[in-house]
Each structure stands twice: as C-alpha cells, then as structure tokens.
Design a binder for this molecule. Sequence first.
Ligand SMILES: Nc1ncnc2c1ncn2[C@@H]1O[C@H](COP(=O)(O)OP(=O)(O)OP(=O)(O)O)[C@@H](O)[C@H]1O
Length: 262
Amino acid sequence: MQTVTVEKQLEKRNAVETKDLNVYYGSFHALKNVRLSIKEKAVTALIGPSGCGKSTFLRTINRMNDMIPNFRVEGKVLVKNKDVYAPDTDVVELRKNVGMVFQRPNPFPMSIYDNVAYGPRIHGIKKKQDLDIIVERSLKYAALWDEVKDRLHKSALGLSGGQQQRLVIARVLAVEPEVILMDEPASALDPISTAKIEQLILELKEKYTIIIVTHNMQQAARVSDDTAFFLNGEVVEFAGTKDMFTRPKNPQTESYISGRFG
Ligand SMILES: Nc1ncnc2c1ncn2[C@@H]1O[C@H](COP(=O)(O)OP(=O)(O)OP(=O)(O)O)[C@@H](O)[C@H]1O
C-alpha cells in the first residue's frame, strides 16, 4: 500500500488537458475529438505532416486563434484544471501563464533589457531594482546572459538568429509562465543554435511544461518525453516518445516516423 501511495505522489500531474476538442475554421474541421493529457514539467512533442493541425492545437491552448474570423472551438481545454474558454477567463493572464515561442524569432525593436522587462512592466513591476533581477535571472535561465551582459542596452535586433530566439525565450520566462508552447522553435536556426535551444528545452523542463511542434523526428526523439502524432486533425497515437519511436502501435505512425510519408 505504502509503495502505491509513494508512486502516486511521484506520478506527474497534468498541466494541460483537452476533452473532445473540436476546432473549426468556418466549415473546415481542423481538429477532431482531440483528447490529450499533457504532463507537467515534461516535454510533449506534436508531430505530423503539414496541415494536420499541430499549430492549431498549440494556438488553441492560449487562445491565439481568437482573432481569426470563423474560428470556433467545441469541447474543453483545461490548463491546470481551469477552463481556458470559460466566459470569465482573463486572456491576458492566460497568456502570461501559457507563453509562446514562434518559428521565427520575434524580438521587439528595442533593447535586450527592455525586451525581457516588457512583460513584467505590463504586469505592474516598475522598480528598476526588481526589473534588473528579473532580467538577469531570465537571461540566465535562457542561457544567454554571458553573451549579452555587456550589451543589455543595445538593440535586440543586433543579435544573431539563435541569440534572438533565446532572448524570446527569456522574454517568455520573465513573466513566470507554467506552460511554454513552442512552434518549431529551431527550424529557422543553424545546427549549433538548434543544439543550444534543444539543450535549453531539456533544462527548462525541470520547472516548466513544454509543448513543442517539430518536423524533425530526431529532435522529437532527443527532447521529448511524450509524443502525439497528428493526422488530418486527429491524434492517431499518443505515447511515451521512446515507445512511439521504437514500437509505434499504429501503421500510419510507423510510416510517418520512418519517413515513408509526409
Ligand atoms: N486561419 C485559418 N483559416 C482557415 N484555415 C486554416 C487557418 N489556419 C489553419 N487552417 C487550416 O487548418 C489546417 C491545420 O493547419 P495547422 O497550421 O494547424 O497545421 P500544422 O499541422 O501546424 O501544419 P504545418 O506543419 O504546415 O505548420 C490546415 O488545413 C490549414 O490550412
């Protein structure tokens, strides 16, 4: 009995859950009955051929699709058991809690310091001393501090692509999210910058829940604990990454991960 209790405590809880999630763009049915339980403080990879709904799924979690005309959601999306689409959900608070990193680094045209301080300032932190601490801590978490500590007040646009992507990650971390959504975060980067981002992802999962869309199967295998394979808007298979990559249950998963289609 004792062992069971301890095991239960060690079991990871779910950070994000979707229940019978259906998403439509007008009459187009983009996500079909998606039911996923995404573990906290773990990395979950979303894989699948182009157009299968991976980005739609990601953007549905922090309501990035709200502005798209004809976008419609049915079913439930829960982040830490809170219904993301409930009428009383504060979307600004949700996006603080669920940060997002895109394919192309998108630093703001301002200094490195101001990029990282941007979110905390919006959320009411004004004292320079407090902001200094947050900026340093976030840049250290994002493994960028040593490279930029002597040029904090220079433009972020002068950084390399890989540095810009780590800056964007620092900007997300500065508001202390619980979940970080990454939409092909390394696909525009060179191999060395990609390796740095992958290493960073492995370090960040100690504290954060990470959901990453990737077209790179080796990357999914290297960084993720669990993998969901999407096809035509459905989740065909969801399993531990090792299991899925060594013993896929579904023949379509097998064809995809072995490069036979997509
Ligand atoms: N704003 C939109 N309006 C209408 N249809 C859309 C919109 N955004 C996406 N779609 C459609 O929804 C489907 C899923 O798109 P989504 O971008 O989620 O796929 P994906 O798996 O992320 O693709 P990729 O790997 O190419 O980024 C596609 O058929 C796409 O054309």
